[in-house]
Design a protein around this ligand. Structure first.
Ligand code: ATP
Ligand code: MG
Length: 682
């Protein structure tokens, strides 16, 4: 058996073949990080550097762990442990518990809710479902950040986080919750306790540490940008003083900061391990040039420390269709258009499992589920149970069934629904608090759907409306069926599809309203989430938004700020003339037909007419500008854009706007500089 590393490129091979010791792959989306570490594991085993059962690979989800193990098996390598931090910790604790706690019984606590509720009551806090869930998330964040109940008040003061209630009370709830899990007849351990106990045992019980370290020699962590301080502590416990550790990640895909995750360990890796092999990958094997260029522009607008680490992606898949941007008057129209486009893709032979519709919050799935059901398209909701399976929607439907039996209510189903759902959390305006907000959004979506059903005259009485809703609920297929994926952006991390629809791109949803309130760091995290979304697509990418929630409703929403300046078309919508001009070949002047040609701004067969001296001078200018601004060069202009500029030789800012990759923002910042360079060559 020999592992064929020829399927890797030269940079990837450096990482796969690096000798034992610390290795760090810092690279953008789709550059083959996951693929490279899989080959590194296979290669280390193949060369006899380590036995399969001495390797522990940590992935972000169980699904990713399964895929890695399958992949290794298909290369003829079995016995590697591929797990999440939690599942690895669980297994280790089961094994080592008798050594650290004797015969004291323990059990995993899967439902923390009643414990936190009791603690909240004892602390004199509101014990409504939403408050309890928010407290629960806060405790999880604290534990993941290695902050105990005693430090909580001080540490929250230093963090930009907004606690769900008075800090002293939250600390009290946290303390009471921890106490309630321990009693003389045994211990209840929540998920984070599993990690805490493993770290504690490795730090304090030398026999345990020695036995563990004799078993595992080599560690690999994928998606390392989203590691929490608690997980890092476990990792350090596993390693002891050793350094046989491979980490891979993309700081620009950090999207779990709200749970305590931080890219700092990834970014500091080469400082922690001065002798580490550091590999940067830039070739994007996942997506077309059109998509990688868009991704580069999206992340090029990011700011802050993390943003400084980005690399420009180079699309290796060749050309494909231009990403499509479309705005709609209202959400039902957006959903119908997306469903129609999905239908077209299916008809053209794209398999359903290769299509995904991605959104910011789970409640957004409602309109899209309805539209797909109407089109007769099979789908599955990932990472959420699907709109009609949500607890609040089931409660709401039960409530509506009760209302339908009454004879003393108004005849308008929408009026009845609003009144009936008010006690479940449908307040007149959107409430504060993550859980309350999510519930409110789901209930509002249900009322919108009812309004839609009535307006389209599908039903006019409440019992008829309920029949229509039931039909929609039943349209969702069982999970085993191969359908279109609906998922939140968070759940889409690490995955890829041929066609991706990024929907509902409006302010207050992406970026989400609480991020806007919290400030720049949170908005940057939302931008990264958008970047994760864009980079999931291999070939077809559709971005859409709508200005009103309801059909014909008040247009009180605005397009997401992340779309600003992405394509010149969006910013000059009012100027159709310019659009027309843009579609002609700049070499021969004839119209351009294919998306690839449009992206180039000329026919592929028409010789590029740029002068090498112009391009070289533009590049020197770019270097100066980027150095002065302390930014990577491609943030100014990509190579492709500089070539287009050299070719087009624009004489004014207006002409610059016709060049693909140059938007109004760029013109404002760099227009004068570029025109100055070009003037020397006229
Ligand atoms: P993400 O940041 O989204 O997790 P990643 O860096 O882990 O992405 P992979 O998922 O490993 O990227 O790879 C992206 C796609 O590119 C996969 O379909 C993979 O098989 C393919 N790929 C990676 N490297 C190569 C290569 N050298 N040649 C051909 N295809 C490759
Ligand atoms: Mg990956």
């Amino acid at each position: 058996m020999a592992i064929d590393l020829s399927v890797l490129d030269a940079d990837q091979r450096v990482a796969a073949e690096a000798p034992r010791g610390p290795v760090c792959i810092l690279a953008g989306a789709g550059t083959g990080k996951t693929r490279t570490i899989t080959y590194r594991i296979a290669n280390m085993i193949d060369r006899g550097q380590v036995a399969p059962n001495r390797v522990l690979a940590v992935t972000f989800t169980k699904r990713a762990a399964g895929e890695m193990a399958d992949r290794l098996r298909s290369m003829g390598i079995g016995g590697v442990q591929a797990r999440t931090f939690h599942s690895a910790a669980m297994r280790q604790l089961q094994y080592f518990w008798p050594q650290i706690a004797g015969d004291l019984p323990w059990k995993v606590l899967d439902n923390k809710f009643p414990y936190v509720a009791r603690a909240a009551r004892a602390a004199g806090l509101d014990t409504g479902k939403d408050m309890v869930r928010d407290l629960l998330s806060e405790i999880e964040w604290a534990k993941a950040s290695v902050i105990g109940p005693d430090d909580y008040v001080q540490r929250i003061g230093e963090s930009p986080r907004t606690p769900p209630a008075d800090v002293a009370k939250v600390a009290q709830v946290y303390r009471l919750y921890e106490e309630a899990k321990t009693n003389p007849d045994g211990m209840l351990l929540d998920f984070d306790d599993l990690l805490l106990h493993v770290a504690g045992a490795l730090e304090n019980a030398p026999a345990v540490a020695e036995e563990f370290r004799a078993q595992y020699q080599s560690f690999v962590v994928d998606e390392y940008q989203d590691v929490t301080p608690l997980q890092q502590r476990v990792l350090e416990g596993w390693l002891g003083t050793r350094d046989d550790l491979t980490v891979v990640g993309d700081a620009n895909q950090t999207i779990y900061s709200f749970t305590g995750a931080t890219p700092d360990y990834l970014l500091n890796f080469s400082r922690t391990y001065g002798h580490a092999t550091v590999v940067k990958l830039q070739r994007d094997y996942r997506s077309t040039v059109e998509i990688t260029e868009l991704a580069n522009t999206v992340i090029g607008k990011a700011s802050g420390r993390v943003a400084g680490t980005r690399l420009e992606l180079q699309g290796m898949r060749g050309h494909g269709p231009e990403p499509q941007f479309r705005g709609f008057d209202d959400e039902p129209s957006e959903a119908r258009a997306v469903a129609a486009e999905v239908r077209k893709l299916l008809d053209s032979g794209v398999p359903a499992r290769e299509i995904a519709i991605l959104y910011r919050i789970n409640a957004q799935s409602a309109a899209f589920e309805a539209a797909l059901a109407d089109e007769g398209i099979v789908y599955q909701v990932r990472g959420g149970e699907g709109f009609f399976q949500r607890a609040e929607i089931r409660d709401a439907l039960a409530q509506l069934v009760r209302s339908a039996k009454r004879t003393d209510l108004p005849s308008d189903p929408v009026v009845v629904a609003r009144a009936a759902l008010a006690p479940l959390g449908l307040t007149p305006t959107e409430p504060e608090g993550a859980q309350a907000r999510e519930r409110w959004q789901a209930l509002s979506a249900l009322v919108d759907l009812i309004e839609e059903i009535v307006r389209s005259q599908e039903a006019s009485t409440l019992p008829e409306v309920l029949v229509s809703l039931r039909r929609r609920a039943d349209a969702k297929q069982p999970p085993a069926v191969d359908g279109v994926t609906l998922a939140s952006l968070h759940a889409a991390k690490g995955l890829e599809w041929d066609a991706v629809f990024l929907v509902g791109l409006v302010e207050k949803t992406l970026p989400i309203s609480h991020a806007i309130k919290a400030g720049d760091d949170q908005v940057e995290e939302e931008r990264r989430l958008f970047y994760v979304g864009v980079t999931r697509a291999r070939e077809h990418l559709h971005l859409s938004w709508s200005l009103a929630r309801q059909e014909g409703g008040h247009k009180n929403r605005s397009r997401s700020r992340f779309l600003d300046g992405l394509v010149p078309q969006l910013d000059v919508e009012q100027s159709p003339q310019r659009l027309k001009r843009n579609k002609r070949c700049r070499v021969c002047g004839n119209p351009l037909a294919t998306p690839a040609d449009k992206a180039l701004g000329r026919h592929e067969s028409c010789e590029p007419g740029y002068d090498e001296r112009v391009l070289a001078t533009l590049k020197r200018w770019r270097l100066e500008v980027s150095r002065a601004a302390n930014k990577p060069a491609y943030v100014v202009f990509s190579d492709a854009t500089l070539m287009s500029i050299a070719e087009a030789m624009p004489a004014s800012e207006a002409e610059m706007l016709d060049i693909s990759g140059v938007g109004p923002v760029k013109v404002e910042q760099f227009g004068a500089g570029v025109l100055g360079v070009l003037a020397q060559f006229r």
